[in-house]
Design a protein around this ligand. Structure first.
Ligand code: SF4
Length: 239
């Protein structure tokens, strides 16, 4: 099914094509790199409940996007594309605007916010949109992300170098997974109890040698140190 890092049959040659990264995929990778591996290489049909949730999520985004556009004059669901170091970030932030030199990216989530901070996966997705917008020519002196949760309100924070470097590292590891390298599992009772790839995840660890304790680590293993909630910012007040 895949290889541990360093065992891939890939020659390592860089092709001329940039490696496309969708911020939404970076979000999925951050949630659990191993689950992302299965989604990419095995694929699966979403369940009925997931389809219903997707429809409800689309309606929620459409309604709030319309409000953002009409009342606040924000750019809603506009495509953005920008290259950085051989990668091409492609996506559609839910909304963004530039006011008084501040770029604000708004991401709406139909789920719940954590008690403090934001979900790490949401932070990475929205910071990649910020990177793409700035690289594509949007002019701003500072950048702010607003993560607006259906349950738990909005979290607003200024984007800093630390967040950008985490997001770019995710982008690189994500591509190792695309190329077939088996990444780290980030298990938790909450995630694993509903994971459709639980059996495959257990089988893969039984099948493959454990990673060596050398310099090379499984893609995404470092995410375990960060945890699923990101609190490395001072929340900004709502304007
Ligand atoms: S069972 Fe848990 S650790 Fe394994 S892929 Fe699923 S969510 Fe990740």
């Amino acid at each position: 099914m895949g290889d541990r890092r360093g065992e891939s049959s890939d020659s390592g040659e860089e092709g001329p094509q940039p490696r496309v990264v969708l911020p939404s995929k970076a979000r999925s990778f951050t949630y659990c790199p191993r689950r992302y591996f299965f989604e990419v290489h095995l694929g699966r049909e979403p369940s009925l409940w997931e389809k219903i949730r997707m429809r409800l999520g689309t309606a929620y985004h459409l309604l709030l996007g319309l409000i953002d556009k009409l009342l606040r004059g924000r750019r809603v669901e506009e495509p953005v594309k920008a290259s950085i170091g051989g990668y091409l970030i492609v996506g559609r932030p839910d909304a963004y605007e530039v006011n008084d030199g501040t770029l604000r990216v708004v991401e709406r989530k139909s789920g719940s916010a954590p008690r403090k901070g934001v979900w790490l996966s949401d932070m990475i997705q929205s910071v990649l949109y910020v990177v793409a917008l700035l690289r594509s020519g949007v002019q701003a002196e500072r950048s702010v992300v607003e993560l607006s949760y259906a349950w738990g309100g909005s979290r607003i924070f200024e984007v800093n170098e630390d967040q950008v470097s985490i997001a770019l590292r995710v982008m690189q590891d994500l591509w190792l997974v695309e190329e077939g390298i088996v990444p780290a599992a980030l298990p938790s009772p909450r995630k694993c109890s509903t994971c459709p790839f639980k059996a495959e995840c257990e089988a893969i660890d039984a099948e493959l040698e454990p990673p060596n304790d050398g310099d090379l680590h499984e893609p995404g293993a470092w995410l375990a140190e960060l945890g699923s909630v990101y609190t490395g910012f001072k929340p900004l007040k709502e304007d």
